[in-house]
Design a protein around this ligand. Structure first.
Ligand code: UDP
Ligand code: MG
Length: 131
């Protein structure tokens, strides 16, 4: 059962603009996870408001919504043992300067508002987002 744990990852506009889609997919594949769904999408204001519902009172939300709609994003569902927790470790911290080298945010970005990738931090929220 644990081997079928799933997480939701989104490569944000800056990830595409910096040509990091292949690199990010490679890291998850080489770690041992299986991609079970993958799509290039254009997000909408309504979808993002739902996606970022926990951040509804944060001052940076408006800028985040605008930025996320500025370019397509690649959404991927990954499956495997402990993929939610391991996926978050692979992403690094929300704020790139706090991210260790060797993580995606630690290696490829410098600014919190342009941190390349999104990933869920619990099995429940990942399942909700996959839906
Ligand atoms: N964010 C931002 N400024 C901040 C904090 C967060 O622009 O001060 C953005 C950033 O893109 C982050 C997203 O809001 O990835 C969601 O924030 P959360 O705290 O959920 O971080 P995450 O789960 O992405 O690490
Ligand atoms: Mg989050």
């Amino acid at each position: 059962m644990a081997n079928s744990e799933r997480t939701f990852i989104a490569i944000k506009p800056d990830g595409l603009q910096c040509s990091l889609v292949g690199e990010i997919i490679k890291r998850f594949e080489q770690k041992g996870f299986r991609p079970i769904a993958m799509k290039l999408i254009q997000t909408s204001e309504d979808l993002l408001k739902e996606h970022y519902i926990d951040l509804k009172d944060r001052p940076f939300l408006a800028g985040l919504l605008k930025y996320m709609q500025s370019w397509p994003v690649v959404v991927i569902v990954w499956e495997g043992l402990n993929v939610v927790k391991t996926g978050r470790v692979m992403l690094g911290e929300t704020n790139p300067p706090d991210s260790k080298l060797g993580t995606i945010r630690g290696d490829f970005c410098i600014q919190v508002g342009r941190n390349i990738i999104h990933g869920k931090d619990s099995v429940e929220s990942a399942e909700k987002e996959i839906g």
